[in-house]
Ligand binder design. Structure first.
Ligand code: PMP
Length: 394
């Protein structure tokens, strides 16, 4: 084993000058374990990934079974393989009828890249409408439609013809026109600090897209897979997107994403030119087996049924004079404080106490809580006691 910090800092590319830097040897359920035996409660699910906990036995078994059959055999889209077939079939069962065709990719940002390309091809239009403060990924296209100007400026020129409107603001929907290829939106804005739109806004958005012929892409990469109490967050707003993007928790701990649409829309990537989107590893059989097992666990263990009550329990227990505001949907929380410095101290103190809370990309006054949906009432009580202690000492 090798937990050498110099290698980590110097031979593995760093994303920030201040990496969280704990060493993890193994993980199980909601817990992560350091080589010295220290236990951490994962209250952020590896940023929206471990919705069914770490190393769920059903997922581990599915991965092992697939390992014994085959690993990668061919680039995406050429060979018929059982594991992607079963996954596509399962998605058809749980999604509305117009979301019947899945393109499996490797990550969240690639899912959004595929969705944007598909919308441009289907509509023949170029303009993309997105939302201020949104986050859709770190590759050029996804970054172009993300709303954080500070993070983007150094990488210009980015995609042209991208227009930003204000989240949850009906008046701004008039900027969606017959020039617009698509609107891309996180159903719940995650890294902006958990922003939940109104039902009225979502209905107006759907209507405006229908009127103008713009496709609606909902990015559920962070808020999907049961996080909000329904399989997909859009179910709570009585609307259905034209294209849905998922990743993160979809794979149960392995890397897989998807953009999902109607077959008649998806066909655009097959013709004129064909190979409109290609990927070597998309639909990797091990990742698909893991994703299918994850969907089955969410259903079979009825995890969706307890999300709301667990969310409410957190809210009931997290009462502290230093907390300015809590925004929550399901088991996704932003806890607001008076300053960035205080949030930093709480996150650091939490680390010492063995709980992992973490920052948001675009909202420095909050930390996030998004635990595995499998967390028990008792574990919530223990975690909240530690969170309050961290706040007390910060
Ligand atoms: N969209 C949203 C809403 C996300 O939260 C993220 C990741 N934080 C992405 C897209 C990008 O996903 P990935 O890191 O897998 O590319």
């Amino acid at each position: 084993m090798n937990f050498n910090q110099d290698i980590f800092l110097n031979n593995i590319a760093q994303t920030t000058p201040f990496p969280y830097s704990i060493s993890i040897e193994r993980a199980e359920g909601i817990y992560l374990y350091a080589p010295d035996g220290k236990r951490y409660t994962d209250l952020i699910s590896g940023i929206g990934v471990s919705n069914i906990g770490h190393r769920h036995p059903t997922v581990i078994k599915a991965i092992k079974d697939q390992l014994d059959k085959h690993l990668h055999v061919m680039v995406y889209g050429e060979f018929i393989q059982s594991s992607p077939n079963l996954l596509a079939q399962k998605l058809n069962e749980i999604l509305p009828p117009n979301l019947n065709c899945s393109y499996f990719v490797n990550s969240g940002t690639e899912a959004n890249e595929g969705a944007l390309k598909l919308a441009k091809r289907y509509t023949g239009r170029t303009e993309i409408v997105s939302f201020r403060k949104s986050y859709h990924g770190s590759t050029h296209g996804s970054m172009s439609v993300s709303g954080n100007e500070i993070k983007k400026a150094a990488f210009r020129p980015l995609l042209p013809d991208v227009k930003f409107i204000t989240f949850n603001t009906i008046l701004d929907l008039q900027h969606i026109t017959t020039r617009t290829a698509c609107v891309i939106m996180e159903t719940i804005q995650g890294d902006a600090g958990v922003r939940v739109p109104s039902k009225e806004f979502m209905l107006a958005l759907r209507k405006r897209c229908d009127e103008t012929g713009a496709l609606l892409i909902l990015d559920e990469i962070q808020c999907g897979m049961g996080r909000t109490g329904t399989f997909f967050a859009f179910e709570q707003f009585n609307i259905v997107p034209d294209i849905l993007t998922i990743a993160k928790a979809f794979g149960g701990g392995l890397p897989i994403g998807a953009f999902i649409s109607d077959k008649k829309i998806m066909n655009c990537l097959t013709h004129d030119p064909m190979l409109g989107h290609i990927t070597t590893f998309g639909g990797n059989p091990i990742c698909c087996a893991s994703a299918l097992a994850t969907l089955n666990v969410i259903q079979d263990e009825k995890l969706l049924d307890t999300v709301e009550e667990k969310g409410k329990l957190f809210e009931k227990l997290l009462v502290h004079a230093k907390i300015k505001e809590i925004r929550r949907i399901g088991l996704l929380f932003a806890i607001d404080f008076d300053s960035e410095e205080r949030v930093n101290r709480i996150v650091e103190k939490g680390k010492e106490l063995g709980i992992i809370c973490y920052w948001f990309l675009s909202h420095p006054y909050s930390f996030r809580i998004a635990p595995p949906l499998t967390i028990t009432h008792e574990e919530i009580q223990e975690s909240c006691a530690l969170i309050l202690k961290a706040i007390d000492n910060s």
